[in-house]
Design a protein around this ligand. Sequence first.
Ligand code: GTP
Ligand code: MG
Length: 191
Amino acid sequence: MKEKYEAKFMLGVVGSHNMIFDEKPQYAFIGRSNVGKSSLINMLLGQKKLVRSSSTPGKTQQINFFDVEGTSYFVDLPGYGYAKVSKKHREKLRKLILWYLISGEANIEKVILILDSKVGLNEFDRDIINILEKHGYSYVVVMNKIDKLNQKKLHAAIQSVQDEISQEIEIIPVSSTTGKGRKFLLDNVII
Ligand SMILES: Nc1nc2c(ncn2[C@@H]2O[C@H](COP(=O)(O)OP(=O)(O)OP(=O)(O)O)[C@@H](O)[C@H]2O)c(=O)[nH]1
Ligand SMILES: [Mg+2]
């Protein structure tokens, strides 16, 4: 694990064309709007502003590919299920995410499904989990923002998610704000 990884923005994709299709492994960061996908990527890479994050949900509107040390890609996906955008736009983002997952063209090594630990799973997450299972993807569930919960509440939150998903799927508590869980994710899941 390094303090900081060399990373650069490669490509932002709004339609199903132009994705990056090469042999380098892709780590896909997926989750509902505002769970902290972009913040988590910055935290893992030891970068402050590589990926734009915002307190306004719906910040990431395209699939952003970041080259990491020339050996892999971190893929920041738009958040799904954000209620305040139009139904049409929501549907467009959903299609884009599904296309990325389903087309079979991207070399997806691992999917990192991110939840807000205070919120847990909802119907959109279940939908994604079904797709991941159906297509046989290797994935983990990351529960972000654990700095907002005390030990007891965190334990209960993890348990309630674990009760709903397959026991083999690992749940990893992290905080993009404090950096907690960074080492575990980098050493065990990524790279
Ligand atoms: N307390 C706390 N806040 C966090 C954490 N991670 C992210 N946030 C905050 O949550 C908000 C959303 O973070 P983003 O990283 O933009 O979330 P996102 O999932 O990329 O959002 P979209 O691009 O809209 O889908 C920002 O205000 C972050 O500062 C965390 O671990 N703890
Ligand atoms: Mg984002």
